[in-house]
Write a protein that binds this ligand. Sequence first.
Ligand SMILES: [Zn+2]
Length: 114
Amino acid sequence: MAVRIDRDTFLQRALERFGHRYSYEEIDYRSYRTPVKIRCLDHPVRLIVITPERHLQTTGGCKYCLRRYRQQAMEAAVTVAAGPGDRQPGATQQPGAAQPWAQAEVSATATGSW
Ligand SMILES: [Zn+2]
């Protein structure tokens, strides 16, 4: 009943999902659930060992790319939170909040005991 995904199908799906971000030249494809070695072209210093299944279900398996995704997602969230429409109407500053008691104290001193 399980869908059989052979090497060509995997490569095709990976290409659809990631474009040419990863290199699949070194994979030794056995099955959808057998880890293969993939290289991130942005971060080729490290081979990624991942099952084809997980590769297609995640951001690909490169932890450097994952970190970048997370940062982008966080920045996007911050931008949305600080955007227009999130301002609270009615939360404006009160007029005359310049502490009248302080002013009274100053004038009392000025017209003091002299
Ligand atoms: Zn990467």
